[in-house]
Design a protein around this ligand. Structure first.
Ligand code: 5GP
Length: 203
């Protein structure tokens, strides 16, 4: 009697954590959604907490847990965050409880976080660190303008911050340039698959 063919991922007793950082407008959210869909149900995205206001089309609990500054700081005080950082004047953080729940089910988890949070995490947490870069900063500016969610002032601030983020890319395990979405997606998916098959000291 032949057994059903197992899926290519989702065969570890505990899921892995993939940390993705990229300057705003690089396509990290799109890529992360694509890989979660492509390898469903074995990989999911973590929902961060933030104190920034929801953008149009963002759904509370799906895109972010939108918190007041007071609630966020209370969680910091209660040590509920695995990591947290201030980005563009707002707080962002990843809840420890969300992570444990997912990886204990054998599912992989994607954290889309900024480079400050990622570098802090790297000091004490086992994860696979992936940096996604735009082809050029000019292209990044075009993409940010196209999405029409930010004012000129915010776009200028985000571009300036993009330089700092790109300088930190060398600290990541993988580096993907998102020039063509489909190729970047294939690269990201391949990394997830390869990491599942890495020879780890599991016994
Ligand atoms: P946005 O406001 O555009 O959604 O996100 C701004 C930045 O905050 C992005 O670089 C995003 O990856 C980062 N970010 C989102 N969630 C978290 C988080 O939980 N922790 C940290 N450190 N950064 C986050």
């Amino acid at each position: 009697m032949s057994r059903n063919k197992p899926d290519i991922v989702g065969n570890l007793p505990q899921g892995l954590v993939f940390v993705i950082s990229a300057p705003a407008g690089t396509g990290k959210t799109t890529l992360s959604h694509m890989v979660c869909k492509g390898l469903a149900p074995h990989i999911v995205e973590s929902t961060s907490c933030t104190t920034r206001k929801p953008r149009k089309k963002e759904v509370p609990g799906r895109d972010y847990h939108f918190l007041t500054k007071e609630d966020f700081l209370q969680k910091v005080e209660n040590n509920e965050f695995l990591e947290h950082a201030e980005v563009f004047g707002n707080y962002y953080g990843t809840l420890k409880s969300d992570i444990e729940k997912v990886i204990n089910q054998g599912k992989h988890l994607i954290l889309v976080i900024d480079t400050q949070g990622a570098m802090k995490l790297k000091e004490f947490f086992k994860a696979v660190f992936i940096f996604i870069a735009p082809p050029t900063l000019e292209e990044l500016e075009i993409r940010l303008r196209k999405r029409k969610t930010e004012s000129d002032e915010i776009i200028a601030e985000r571009l300036k911050w993009a330089y700092t983020e790109i300088e930190r890319a060398e600290n990541y395990d993988y580096f993907i340039i998102n020039e063509h979405l489909d190729s970047a997606y294939e690269a990201l998916k391949s990394i997830v698959i390869a990491e599942e098959y890495r020879n780890r000291d599991l016994i």
